[in-house]
Design a protein around this ligand. Structure first.
Ligand code: AMP
Ligand code: ZN
Ligand code: FE
Ligand code: FE
Length: 287
């Protein structure tokens, strides 16, 4: 049995609904899948229900935007309690700044005499965690750009006029948030970031795993991180980072993680029971 532990839906910048994602997972012969939308867990309940019907194991997850010394990194959270109140508070903060960022990007595009309404982007995104791909899609849908690539090249790439930096938390904050919500924290696609020197420090902060297998890791890069994970006693994970059909051919199932690793990850997450906040009583501070 194999798993794909890095998947996106239309609740962030993917194109599949949770139900479509699960159908594709089954068609790919996966036994387990994790949903890891950016800065949200909105799609998890539907994906869990669809997985139950399809007889697949579902791992509730997320991919949090974090940083180290200005470098954007992504921290995956697995087996989290997707209803954990403090986690949802933080996720709501992420979503609010993402929505404000969309307004800022659109305002900059408007300054270049390209009429675009932020509401058009929100309608098209139809999710709480919109990002640059949604602005790009709106620019294409409104006829202002011929392709998503053109939208990024003209407006949205770093250094282009509508590029707005993204809100990020520190890696330590991301790890603690995930642990508090009962999950295991995994550094996503380390081969795409230059943070190898920082991984031991993240381990001290409680990092549980390393995404050694990823679509964009060459066999040599994967081998490098497999060695590092073994040395640092991190759980080895992997996933395709499938965004549906928004970025070329669907990738789901192209990375196949042995199920034994899912069990190791689950065992790791069981170290962190979701911390239940004490209900406010008559004697709690501030009342
Ligand atoms: P954001 O998180 O809002 O900054 O958007 C990042 C997303 O935009 C990632 O999923 C990238 O893959 C995607 N992206 C970045 N550059 C391009 C590009 N040139 N064409 C299409 N998508 C891109
Ligand atoms: Zn994405
Ligand atoms: Fe990522
Ligand atoms: Fe991703």
């Amino acid at each position: 049995m194999v798993a794909d532990l890095h998947l996106h839906t239309s609740f962030s910048d993917g194109t599949y609904s949770p139900e479509e994602l699960v159908l594709h997972a089954r068609a790919q012969g996966l036994g387990a899948l994790a949903l890891t939308d950016h800065d949200t867990v909105e799609g998890c309940e539907r994906a869990a229900a669809a997985s139950r019907s399809a007889g697949l194991e579902f791992v509730p997850g997320t991919e949090l935007t974090a940083e180290h010394q200005g470098e954007e990194i992504h921290i995956l959270g697995y087996f989290i309690d997707t209803r954990h109140p403090p986690f949802l508070v933080q996720v709501a903060r992420f979503q609010e700044v993402r929505q404000n960022r969309i307004r800022e990007m659109v305002a900059r595009i408007n300054e270049l005499d390209v009429p675009l309404n932020p509401e058009d982007v929100f309608r098209l995104a139809n999710c709480r965690a919109p990002g640059r791909p949604h602005v790009a899609r709106a620019l294409v849908a409104s006829g202002h750009c011929g392709s998503l690539d053109e939208a990024f090249e003209r407006f949205l790439k770093k250094g282009r006029p509508a590029w707005v930096p993204k809100f990020k938390i520190s890696a330590a904050e991301a790890i603690h948030l995930i642990h508090d919500a009962g999950g295991a924290a995994v550094l996503a696609h380390p081969g795409l970031n230059r943070v190898d020197h920082f991984i031991p420090l993240m381990v001290e902060c409680g990092l549980d795993g390393l995404e050694c297998l990823h679509t964009k890791h060459s066999p040599a890069v994967a081998e490098h991180y497999l060695g590092l994970a073994r040395r640092l006693k991190l759980v080895i994970t992997g996933g395709s980072d499938c965004h549906g059909h928004s970025k070329g051919r669907p990738l789901i199932g192209t990375v196949r993680l042995p199920y034994a690793n899912v069990e190791l990850l689950k065992a790791r997450a069981s170290r962190y029971p979701a911390r239940r906040s004490v209900p406010a009583g008559p004697f709690s501070p501030g009342r």
